[in-house]
Design a protein around this ligand. Sequence first.
Ligand code: NAI
Ligand code: MG
Length: 354
Amino acid sequence: MKICVLPGDGIGPEIMAEAVRVLKALDLKFELEEGLLGGCAVDATGTPYPEATQKLAREADAVLLGAVGGPKWDNLPREQRPERGLLGIRKDLNLFANLRPAILYPELANASSLKPEVVAGLDILIVRELTGDIYFGQPRGIEVREVNGEQQRVGWNTMIYAEYEIRRILKVAFEAAQKRGKRLCSVDKMNVLECTQLWRDIAEEVAKDYPDVELSHMLVDNAAMQLVRAPKQFDVMVTGNMFGDILSDEASMLTGSIGMLPSASLDANNKGLYEPSHGSAPDIAGKGVANPLATILSAAMMLRYTFGLEAQAQRIEAAVKQVLAQGFRTGDIFEPGTKKVGTREMGDAVLAAL
Ligand code: NAI
Ligand code: MG
């Protein structure tokens, strides 16, 4: 089991150190190799996704990533910016399936902007297609054309999905649903977009291979409403790149605690890149106060989806629940009456719970 570890920038190295300690405590036979991605890679090599990192990432079974970016690199040309490294590695590894759980731990019910009774116990998984759709479709552009007898600027993009792209993301979503509550809601806009009519047709076809999973469909505008009205109706949601971009951010905010949310991005063979949903938090970097739980939970997702180690994944998740129940809180989730701890102490608490 080869894991490529990319701590990245800002709080990345601090939170990654805790995730690595947790992995090592499990006594599994991992090979961990560290590399540079993002701003740290720009500083060392002049490029955000250097060749040495490409080699490590391609040879590994999984990549565990902290976060990249920060004000230091904000004025670089687009090609050299840390975020390019992130896009580069996702594309290079063909990571087309993005899995983002939104879980609200009962102890953190007050962190949500919604009423506790609406969100307490929330546990949904959003599966977003990551390499197709209108973000990548050709043709695209802005140009001056004659419109209504007048020269003006026109902008256009193309929403496009091939059958194989829709099939493979639906397969990932059905399989994820099988491992959870066995309900899958496919989100589209078939009433106005042909591309998503195809999506819905293929979802019906793929569903025949998963008779144990209950498939439903929802239009994206309604899905956006339902997520804030009654989010607990969902188990797994699957959708295209653009709708998924928006809905997954909406869903993550239901939990109110960005420091708690892991994510996975998978290829067709369950090779994956695992990272917290948050960024490099330059405002608190180097202070030892960042919440390492999103990264630790990302490592648990890695055990589940790439290595098939469900029991070990659950061990980590149970340890995280336990430290929350014991009252340990980093600054981002602190409430009066709980124990405020730093990054390292939170890691210590998880290790003790394990
Ligand atoms: P951010 O997620 O880094 O920070 C937003 C707010 O949440 C900040 O107040 C931060 O202190 C807090 N926060 C984030 N993670 C936390 C943690 N684990 N514990 C405690 N508090 C935490 O988003 P922001 O500020 O928009 O971006 C900062 C930098 O990160 C930018 O350079 C951005 O491009 C980059 N970024 C990188 C991502 C990645 O590597 N996947 C994703 C999002 C942003
Ligand atoms: Mg987004």
